[in-house]
Design a protein around this ligand. Structure first.
Ligand code: GAP
Length: 561
């Protein structure tokens, strides 16, 4: 649709009119809008005025691209990890670190959207595990700590992989000691056992005059080393946990699969301490998942879908505590919109167990490159506190007033999750395509969306831009919001759908008079009118899932979805 001024000469005199061209089927019709007078500059002025007073709907039509309405059809897109890496680069989520110098294997930089998604994941994890519970507190330990911490933990002596080279494709790879001679390279070739050698995974660094130290390979040990102080100063009572989120570093022999195995990553870990043999007072969350016991693996059987509680009752998961934490961790992903069908729990076989662990289950996810560990949930018993007691010669036991006993608490469970692996899961599970919109729709849970709302004036006009700015100033106090001022409305919606922005806010011709805006929901493209004065509260409730979209305002029909 186009609006234009027409000059007509009648009896030697000029007359000006405002007309618009309108497509009707295959034909374009010219339609009269108004008379503008006989003088050119007067006519231009009058035309502007008429444009301003045109009904919003007509105004919107003028500025909107013609678009044939189609039914929303969201299709789940299964993409490879390479496709996801490309998407992340294009949209500003993740870049290869040092790319301008050819890249640096195993290191990644997070872009303007990546850092937001990562922060939202960490915030949600902290809310769920620390703020929403009375039995867990957090710490933030140093990355370089006393080297004896790593001697006590066993990392200095035994945190290593076996470095191998494939006889066929010549690529280097890593295997666990127990896997040597048993597993093959991705290409199907055998690993050369003659050249296999031990490879230490901790990054070394020097402190001061060259004292050898290490970058921490896990956050867990900082929790153990601080255990007694936290217990006393936070006045905790068993059972209780200490949580930590922070960087970890591993000199991986073969970093691969985008963020999945990197050399620098972040962990979100909890050490959950109990009095030996203490029962779990919590109910095992009611969740169903594929359970893959070590026995089933040894007998080449398939995983079996069941409630985690049932797995405990059948003796597959041995301890209530373990069942409780497995279900609790799975529920965190489920509540944040991950697809439960892509998850299973798998018990470590005897030869897989880490030196400190008496039983370990992994929460696994079906990545495009196979079922892989997403989160480890190990029973570490009192191994670590025992070791730190031995090496530090400090008494780390606690005294139980009730039965006047002194003992070392046990870590009944250590839920340990990599932030980057969670990042991949949420992106894979939210990657959809809408054939009617012809664009990707990243259906992230709004709590995780990097940008919570994009605000745009429907047309480039001062009065609309002013309101848009006011809305931005109100919302920025609470959320990460942006203004998007350029391009057609359809294009602006598409841009935001693709990066997972759950809500778009449009300022139009009614906004000034009614002090309201149009709020559009990403997945359904439904739109409601919301008063500007209620917007912050409404958005908060919507993001937290406290109200249904259709009940948050009056539904309106618009042509551009
Ligand atoms: N404190 C126990 C511990 O660190 P882990 O299984 O070695 O156990 C726990 O690591 C989690 O950390 C893994 O389940 C994974 O999510 C993440 N993780 C481990 N190594 C990683 C790597 N190289 N790159 C990205 N994430 C990694």
């Amino acid at each position: 649709m186009m609006v234009y001024i027409v000059r007509q000469k009648i009896n030697g005199k000029d007359y000006y009119y405002l007309r618009k061209s309108k497509r009707e089927g295959k034909k374009v019709k010219s339609v009269f809008i108004g008379y503008l007078g006989k003088n050119k500059s007067e006519a231009e002025k009058k035309a502007k005025e008429i444009m301003k007073n045109l009904k919003t709907k007509e105004k919107e039509e003028i500025n909107m691209e013609e678009k044939i309405e189609k039914k929303i059809e969201l299709i789940k897109k299964d993409i490879s990890v390479e496709e996801l890496a490309n998407f992340c680069k294009r949209r500003g989520f993740v870049y290869q670190s040092g790319e301008i110098y050819g890249g640096f294997a195993g290191f990644w930089d997070f872009g303007h959207l990546g850092v937001e998604l990562k922060n939202c994941i960490k915030k949600q994890w902290w809310n769920y595990h620390v703020y929403n519970r009375e039995d867990i507190v957090g710490i933030d330990g140093s990355i370089i700590t006393h080297p004896n911490v790593w001697k006590a933990s066993g990392h200095v002596d035994s945190f290593s992989d076996i470095f191998v080279v494939c006889k066929k494709c010549k690529k280097p790879g890593k295997v666990d000691r127990a896997e040597l001679g048993k597993i093959k390279c991705e290409c199907g070739g055998e690993y050369d056992e003659k050249t296999a050698k031990e490879f230490k995974l901790m990054f070394e660094t020097g402190v001061g005059e060259g004292e050898k130290a290490y970058l921490r390979p896990e956050t867990a040990q900082l929790i153990f080393a601080n255990f007694k102080s936290v217990y006393e100063n936070a006045r905790m009572k068993l059972p209780f946990g200490i949580a930590q989120i922070g960087k970890a570093f591993r000199n991986e022999i073969a970093p691969r699969d985008f963020l999945f195995r990197s050399r620098e990553f972040e962990q979100m870990e909890i050490e959950y301490f109990i009095k030996p043999k203490e029962d779990c007072p919590y109910k095992i969350p009611d969740v169903e998942i594929n359970v893959f016991s070590s026995q089933a693996q040894e007998k080449n059987q398939e995983p079996v879908k069941m409630k985690i509680r049932e797995a405990f009752e059948k003796g597959i998961v041995k301890k209530t505590w373990h069942a409780y934490w497995l279900a609790t961790e799975f529920l965190w992903f489920k509540n944040l919109g991950a697809n439960p069908d892509n998850f299973r729990i798998r018990q470590h076989k005897k030869d897989e167990l880490a030196h400190y662990s008496s039983d370990c289950w992994d929460l696994e996810y079906k990545f495009p490159f196979g079922w892989k560990e997403l989160e480890g949930i190990a029973d570490r018993s009192n191994y670590d506190l025992n070791q730190h007691e031995k090496f530090s010669k400090k008494d780390l036991k606690i005294f139980d007033e009730k039965d006047k006993t002194k003992f070392l608490p046990e870590v009944i469970c250590e839920p340990s999750l990599g932030v980057e692996r969670a990042f991949l899961v949420f992106l894979f599970d939210s990657y959809y395509y809408d054939s009617s919109r012809e664009n990707i729709v990243l259906r992230l849970n709004p709590k995780l969306s990097p940008i919570k709302a994009a605000i745009f004036p429907i047309i480039k006009e001062k009065e609309f831009e002013k309101i848009s700015q006011e809305v931005f100033d109100i919302l920025k106090q609470e959320f990460n919001v942006v203004q998007d001022l350029s391009g057609s409305i359809g294009r602006r919606y598409a841009r935001n759908d693709e990066i997972g922005t759950p809500y778009c806010i449009t300022v139009d011709g009614y906004s000034q008079k009614n002090q309201d805006i149009t709020l559009r929901e990403r997945d359904t493209t439904k739109q409601i009118r919301v008063k500007i004065s209620n917007l912050k509260e409404t958005l908060k409730k919507l993001i937290n899932g406290e109200i249904e979209f259709e009940k948050a305002g009056k539904i309106v029909e618009t042509r551009i979805k």
